[in-house]
Ligand binder design. Sequence first.
Ligand SMILES: [Zn+2]
Length: 116
Amino acid sequence: MELYKKINLHSHTFRCKHAQGNVADYIEEGIRNGMQVLGISDHTPFPEPRDTGIRMELEELPEYISEIESAQKKYQNIRILKSLECDYTKEFISFYKEMKENYHLDYLIGSVLFFL
Ligand SMILES: [Zn+2]
């Protein structure tokens, strides 16, 4: 079993509206810094227009996923994981599970934020 020493499982692209850069920008910076595993984990879109200031829109999700999957094929010297950060709210749990299945996500990050 390979032991990874430089891992980052929490990173956001521009789609989260509180970060900059796209998937390739994070990967290339990670490679420059000797990163072995990088998880891309933008905030999950909500299934309804709510608290949109810190997350991608639902329509952006397919492009986000395909950007990560293309990068997984392109960059062979770093392990890239496909993820989403899920802001805890009881009514969206099944939506989150559905997304994990549908998009074959490697993991989900759970977070607790205040929003209305
Ligand atoms: Zn985050």
